[in-house]
Design a binder for this molecule. Structure first.
Ligand code: ADP
Ligand code: ZN
Length: 661
């Protein structure tokens, strides 16, 4: 009797053993198996043949004969993912299958997700690009490359040449980009060059479309897959090259279920497949930078913008010294003058603010009461002047000008959001054509396309937006960019706060002056002495990184340690608190037992920064791991200890966490 280890789509850590006489079954087969008392049929993936000789094994119910096997190296990789990120193996396996595995193939009635564009030949590289291309393409087998190129240096063209080379040698390519920078601009550049060899995958596709794209890649019709992080799970035959653009982006980390980091998982996949991988960024993550400095990654640099235009001039304006005379509190004289000048010159300007709405909070001018969300420990945001909204759980209610707490005071909006900014701009510059890009205005890819089209065709003078406009965009006539309140984000409780600030400010600045005119950037702040600012102004990523790495080393933060976050939640605060203490005590004992007390430091447990979210109270602790030895087996034992998972509480383990809320 043939026996197979099957990763079964259910919340169980280990594979289960089944039998089958079907000769077509092999490692990587997609199957259906009976599960539990009811023998309901669930998805499964064949991991390996075993000889358990167990009695009374169940039989594999169905084999998806029409679908190809998942390549065995992908099967290895999936076991790694499951073990490293502590997620049930069958639920990881499910990600490798097409979303509509049970429905018959059919055509999508929507138009193809690949834009229909005129073909374009691939551009000739300049000297710097050529040097980077040559040294990357010379590598054989597994090698991780870091392509550090300033904004506008033309990293995309280097990627295109590398993919072309992979195609020429009969290989396929995977291009990962953060969801947010999967802009129509990038997509159409790739569509022009690779034509009908291109497939795409992102969160806006329907399951039908995703399935069609999956099949077109797996069956070999398409040869380059461009996609957001989940595209990593499409098993690509003859994959020869992976490129991860904007590798520093936090959105590569999935925050729920399988809490994987797509960059790190891509590196692991490349290692298993023995192929090269390229990480690209103007502001690399400190993890990648440290690996390059230590010689683990090969570093390639593009120091100049491709057209040798200089990087924009960056001025910091101290808002404390600013006493508005007829200007809103957030608009300095410098920014005002620069906007006037740009309007006169028919150049475009962009105003960046990482907060949408009219005001981030409202407060009573008599008793000081702040309107808070009843489900979350956060203030409600004012929208459209009459509507209060929680950005975490979607709770909303009408805005009442009389305070609900004291019944006499007047409730006033505090602070600034993009909606208010747009209103102020319209008042100051009634002639200007203004467009806003934030989550209230942009609900679909088509909306974003329309904004980009409007800016490209120069029917917009001032673009206002949140992080939606902070990266990836390439507008020839955009010559003034302002970060309106840089202070948002300065003080977040996160050891990466400086790194994130540096990256955001440089990326926003990088949108300015990319083509014809010299670019200018105005950063407004109440903290002009913030330690990141001198490095941003000088465009000196390396000096910034070296300084920051020194701090990380002193405090033993990543990349000089590994971090694991353990968080729990319950509708009862007491229950969550007791549970996190139980876990803490258990861990202390386990560390002693394995004699690794000195290799692991526990921060906390404490209330999570976002203490209450969607009606649940949250606690967490952070493990700083100096030496990984034994830690994974300790976590496995923890997960197997039912006493630490009482009903009514939920415990989440996040390996290499990004989100600290
Ligand atoms: P990055 O991603 O490094 O910020 P991009 O790849 O967006 O930069 O390139 C910036 C601009 O320069 C784009 O408009 C791109 O078309 C143009 N560009 C880059 N390299 C070349 C090249 N070799 N020939 C022509 N245009 C180029
Ligand atoms: Zn809420």
């Amino acid at each position: 009797m043939n026996q197979w280890q099957i990763a079964v789509d259910a919340p169980i850590t280990k594979p289960l053993t089944y039998t089958s006489e079907d000769p077509s079954i092999a490692v990587g087969s997609l199957v259906k198996v009976p599960l539990g008392k009811s023998n309901r049929k669930v998805f499964g993936l064949c991991l390996e043949k075993t000889m358990d000789n167990e009695e009374r094994l169940k039989t594999i119910a169905h084999v998806y004969q029409d679908l190809p096997h998942i390549p065995s190296r992908y099967v290895d990789w999936l076991s790694w993912l499951s073990n490293y990120y502590k997620h049930p193996i069958g639920q990881v396996a499910k990600l490798l299958a097409p979303p509509l595995i049970d429905k018959k193939q059919g055509r999508s009635r929507k138009k193809s997700p690949i834009p229909d564009v005129e073909p374009e030949s691939i551009a000739e590289l300049n000297a710097e690009q050529m040097a980077a291309y040559k040294s990357i393409s010379a590598s054989n087998g597994f090698q991780c490359h870091l392509l550090h190129g300033v904004t506008g240096s033309g990293k995309t063209e280097v990627y295109i040449h590398l993919f072309q080379q992979a195609l020429n040698s009969g290989k396929k390519g995977l291009f990962l980009v953060p969801e947010i920078s999967l802009t129509p601009q990038l997509l159409s550049r790739f569509a022009r060059v690779f034509g009908d060899q291109l497939a795409v995958m992102h969160s806006q596709l329907t399951e039908r479309e995703r399935t069609n794209q999956w099949l077109s890649i797996v069956e070999g019709d398409k040869k380059i897959l461009l996609g957001a992080r989940s595209a990593l799970f499409c098993p690509i035959p003859d994959l020869g090259l992976i490129i991860v653009d904007e590798e520093h982006e936090a959105s590569y980390k999935q925050e729920e279920k399988l809490k994987y980091h797509a960059r790190d998982s891509a590196i692991m996949l490349a290692a298993k497949l023995e192929i090269p991988i390229v990480l690209g960024s103007a502001t690399p993550s400190l993890e990648s930078w440290q690996n390059a400095k230590a010689g683990k990654y090969q570093l390639h640099q593009l120091q100049l913008r491709f057209n040798e235009k200089s990087l924009p001039q960056i001025d910091v304006v101290d808002l404390r010294e600013h006493r508005p005379a007829g200007l809103p509190f957030w608009m300095s004289q410098e920014l005002h003058d620069a906007l006037v000048q740009n309007l006169k010159n028919k150049e475009q300007s962009a105003l960046f603010l990482n907060r949408r709405g009219m005001a981030p909070s409202v407060v009573c001018n008599s008793c000081g009461h702040t309107e808070e969300c009843p489900n979350c420990a956060v203030a409600l945001t004012l929208h459209h002047k009459h509507h209060l909204h929680c950005h975490y759980c979607d709770y909303h209610k009408n805005f009442n000008e009389t305070c609900s707490a004291c019944g006499v005071g007047e409730v006033i909006p505090l602070g600034l959001g993009t909606e208010k900014m747009q209103e102020d701009i319209k008042e100051m510059f009634p002639e200007a054509r203004v467009v806003r890009a934030d989550r209230d205005e942009i609900q679909s890819r088509e909306d974003m396309e329309a904004v980009i089209q409007a800016v490209e065709s120069q029917s917009v003078d001032i673009l206002i937006g949140t992080q939606m406009i902070s990266k990836g965009l390439d507008f020839p006539h955009l010559s003034l960019v302002s970060v309106v309140l840089a202070d948002i984000g300065f003080n977040i409780q996160d050891f990466r706060a400086n790194e994130k600030t540096y990256q955001l400010l440089s990326q926003v600045a990088g949108r300015s002056g990319r083509h014809n005119t010299d670019g200018r950037v105005i950063i407004q702040t109440y903290n002009p002495n913030h330690p990141c600012l001198p490095f941003v102004i000088e465009h000196s990523y390396e000096a910034f990184a070296d300084r920051e790495l020194l701090h990380r080393k002193e405090l033993l933060y990543p990349p000089f340690s590994r971090m694991i976050r353990i968080r729990n939640q319950s509708i009862f605060a007491k229950k969550a608190e007791k549970n996190i203490m139980d876990i803490y005590n258990w861990l202390q004992k386990a560390f002693k037992h394995y004699q690794i007390e000195n290799d692991v430091q526990i921060l906390g447990p404490t209330e999570a920064p976002l203490f209450k979210l969607r009606g649940k109270y949250r606690y967490h602790m952070l493990l700083k791991v100096k030496n990984k030895k034994n830690i994974h087996s300790i976590l496995d034992q923890l997960l197997a200890n039912d006493a630490l998972f009482p009903s009514g509480t939920k415990v989440l383990i996040d390996v290499d966490p990004i989100q600290m809320g």
